[in-house]
Write a new protein. Structure first.
Length: 103
């Protein structure tokens, strides 16, 4: 996983564990960023990271539901993360987050 994707993954993990770690505005932006991937993948990512009221679902369960191996599922997750991580939308949200952390 490249650095941009890792940075987004770290944020999504934190957002899943601490839903209140960002304001409504950033959460709203993140929901829109999720729309950059196919709807099935969006749902899968929300379950995998436990976002927006979803419980965290283990990789093995998601892979089994999609009839793919765990390795293939990880590749799908990484490809979707990359797609979102290089978007101008994520770059904007990242700036908002970093400005708030500096205060």
């Amino acid at each position: 996983m490249d650095a941009l994707s890792q940075e987004l993954q770290d944020f999504l993990i934190r957002l899943g564990r601490e839903p209140g770690c960002v304001g409504e505005k950033v959460e709203h932006y993140m929901k829109h960023i999720m729309h950059l991937v196919y709807a099935d993948d969006e749902d899968m990512l929300q379950q995998y990271y436990g976002l927006f009221g979803n419980d965290v679902k283990p990789l093995e369960d998601i892979a089994r539901e999609r009839h793919v191996s765990n390795e293939t599922m990880l590749k799908i997750i990484e490809a979707n993360l990359r797609k979102m991580a290089v978007s101008p939308e994520w770059q904007m949200v990242k700036q908002i987050i970093s400005r708030r952390a500096d205060k």
